[in-house]
Design a protein around this ligand. Structure first.
Ligand code: IMP
Length: 200
């Protein structure tokens, strides 16, 4: 049985504007305050684990310990089977210190071209970990499958959204209404598990 969230504040353990926007929207209307690692001016911990869930747990733990409040972390990324799963847990790092996602998307495209470029399947994974200050943790994962397109299309969303077309769709996440992406994406799927278990 998962632990229920009953506190009056939840700290989102992220500095990523795109994630903060989407997670805050997913919690809208809930009877608690949603703050973030930015609110507390926390440093970004180094992601040293080798899985999405491991890195999410590391970030949630650090934030819960620093603030004394329950913290929710999201570790996510783009997984490309033809690139043996890259960029995967290194999705943010492929954008370099300047967080240049045009560069990161170009890197994905040129790596795919070097493989012959016929298998353009990809999926996004989102791992969410909720950690309490006493160390108790609950973790959830969501996934959405699709295809990569080139050139990038659309200036909505963030990260790799302009090159990702979800199965059953013909526009990229970068072209999609934010609410539509929010309702169907990997983050929403992980979030559904979290809400069922800890916020129902
Ligand atoms: P991290 O979880 O902080 O390691 O960063 C994950 C990276 O994956 C982000 O910086 C984005 O580049 C990428 N990513 C995660 N979720 C999404 C999404 O919903 N759309 C596009 N890119 C994403």
């Amino acid at each position: 049985m998962a632990r229920m969230f009953t506190e009056d504040e939840l700290v989102i353990a992220s500095h990523n504007d795109g994630k903060l926007r989407e997670i805050t929207a997913l919690f809208s209307g809930r009877p608690f305050l949603v703050t973030s690692a930015r609110t507390y001016d926390l440093p970004e911990p180094e992601e040293t684990e080798d899985s999405f869930l491991g890195n999410a747990a590391l970030k949630a733990r650090a934030t819960a310990a620093a603030t004394g409040k329950p913290a929710l972390a999201d570790d996510s990324g783009l997984v490309v089977p033809a690139l043996n799963g890259a960029p995967g847990i290194y999705s943010a790092r492929w954008a370099g210190p300047d967080k240049d996602f045009i560069l990161a998307m170009q890197k994905v495209e040129s790596s795919l071209a070097a493989t012959g470029g016929t298998d353009r399947r990809a999926h996004f994974i989102c791992a969410l970990v909720l950690c309490w200050p006493d160390g108790h943790e609950e973790g959830f994962e969501g996934r959405i499958d699709g295809q990569l397109v080139w050139p990038p299309r659309g200036d909505r969303g963030f990260g790799y959204d302009p090159i990702f077309v979800a199965e059953g769709h013909d526009i990229t996440f970068g072209e999609m209404e934010p609410q539509t992406k929010l309702a169907m994406g990997h983050r929403a799927r992980a979030f559904a598990g979290l809400v069922d278990a800890c916020f129902a």
